[in-house]
Write a protein that binds this ligand. Sequence first.
Ligand SMILES: Cc1ncc(COP(=O)(O)O)c(C=O)c1O
Length: 392
Amino acid sequence: MQIYLDNGATTKLAKEVKKAMEPYLDEMYGNASSLHKWGREARKAIEKSRETIAKSINADAGEIIFTSGGTESNNLAIKGAAFAQKDGKNHLIISKIEHDCVLNSSKWLEKQGFSVTYLDVDKYGIVNPKELQNAITDKTFLVSIMHANNEIGTILPIEKYGKICREKGVLFHTDACQSFTKVPIDVKVMNIDLMTLNAHKIHGPKGVGALYIRNGVKLIPWQHGGGHEFGKRSGTENVSGIVGFAESVNLLTKEEKDKMTELRDYLTAELLKLPETHLNGHPKERLSNNVNISFHFIEGESLLMHLDMRGIAVSTGSACSSHSLEPSHVLLAIGLKHEVAHGSIRFTLSRYTTKEEIDYTIKQVNEVVGILREMSPMKKGMKYDVVDEHHH
Ligand SMILES: Cc1ncc(COP(=O)(O)O)c(C=O)c1O
């Protein structure tokens, strides 16, 4: 059996999406800036896609620009807003559990003279709205807090953060790469000014994303050139990618989402029957496809490799940082000890995941955890605290 449970890292391209993209890879290969028929076809496809994506979040088509993905959208939102400030505002606020592209954009801005507040989260990964309110100063221009965390699956109350920011006259950006299509988003009701989306987490193609920029919000473009995407992101548009992105937006049905949630809860309950395990992230306010479990006394990397040999793909930390030996900054931020963070595994389901696959996974995890715990030196008399006492 080959079982892919790493849909938080990326997803399989849906058949429907591939089919929608094909004409734009074959006969309709025009440059959307060209005036002839080929160009007009490409332009038409891009504008239709823009409308589809805008509609799905209650935005206007003119508020959506296409980018190369989540990383680029987050970079553009944060750096673009920073350099658009004219009245001496130089402070931004992010949370400690943001994706590396938000964290590292912010760290880079610090080197350019901006100041950054990194907000703590509680044991579930949620930023306390009061702490956000208190962190905002008259120098603050932007708050960036993600909608759902990619590692632990917690859904954050962004409507609360949005309201605070709007009242204080501060821009609110949210990274919605993980929540998009799984959790309803209304940029108007939620007071969102900037929002990052991408396609490859929702069975669309890799290398394409979007940034929602509310009408009137000023950003300094990061990529200069021929003035594509309303002058905010130059470069010949990835027409087939954009068409595929739009096609992926309306794929997930209510039935599929309900089934995914049911399988998520089943997998969680079965894995927690193993002694000395716990669930990371919020028990209820979490993504319909995310299960993140700490298996005490074992190395997540070993578990991952054993499962890989048995045909099951999972992840430790986020895919982007799992080449490093540092434990995930997200797991540390929710208060886990280093050794516990190292024993954590993320299982992320998709609309294609079946009960048979989950049953097989439960059986294999049980076996492997048994084998690894037998060998674990940590198990033999070592002090092993799950939560860092100094944290909460
Ligand atoms: C929450 C979050 N933000 C940003 C990204 C980066 O997006 P991309 O891979 O499209 O650059 C990812 C996924 O990798 C993500 O999970």
